[in-house]
Design a protein around this ligand. Structure first.
Ligand SMILES: [Zn+2]
Length: 190
């Protein structure tokens, strides 16, 4: 008895009823769990505390969600309480807007990231060439006449790479195929 009195109560946002917390616990499907966690898939379905009690949830739960038209029809026919219908219609509208804006946001984020990814790859390859040339020359002959020049080129290449990447990241349009030595100080490149 005493433990029952300690049960946390929750108020349903749909019917306004007050019930024990267990009546708000809802085990999601794996697909719903994955979507909530923003993952491709999950191994174990998760349980959430719903804002709706299980009685309301069971009433609106069905395999295929009601279409906007069906909700309006049910509201008109009195099969569904007007308040419940309005809540569902609002949710539907908000969901559609949220999904649309998320898709657009993801699209633009991807679009923005593409040229920078290409640029990063291109610069990495070019810097690697300068690095390899310096180290290969050094390994061959530490007193090679061009060793110092190769080292300077390598240092400059890294600087140019960092500079171009930070400019690209701050929104400047840099060609993804840009050549590093174009930015070398005069007399730098060999
Ligand atoms: Zn309820």
């Amino acid at each position: 008895m005493s433990s029952k009195n300690k049960v946390v109560q929750n108020v349903c946002t749909m019917c306004g009823g007050t019930y024990p917390l267990k009546d708000f616990k809802r085990r999601l499907s794996k697909r719903q769990s994955a979507s909530l966690l923003r993952r491709e898939s999950v191994r174990i379905a998760i349980t959430v505390i719903s804002s709706r009690c299980r009685f309301c949830w069971q009433q609106t739960k069905r395999k295929a969600p009601l279409t906007t038209k069906q909700i309006k029809q049910k509201k008109a026919s009195g099969d569904m309480h007007a308040t419940v219908a309005d809540i569902l219609l609002t949710q539907r509208k908000q969901n559609a807007t949220a999904i649309k804006s998320r898709i657009m946001k993801e699209y633009w984020e991807k679009k923005r990231a593409e040229p920078i990814q290409q640029l990063t790859k291109n610069l990495r390859q070019q810097v690697a060439k300068y690095k390899n040339r310096y180290h290969a020359t050094k390994a061959q002959n530490p007193h090679h006449a061009l060793l110092r020049q190769h080292r300077e080129n390598y240092e400059q290449a890294k600087q140019v790479r960092n500079d171009l990447l930070s400019r690209a990241r701050s929104g400047e349009s840099i060609s993804p195929d840009v050549l590093i030595d174009v930015y070398f100080k005069k007399g730098g490149a060999v």
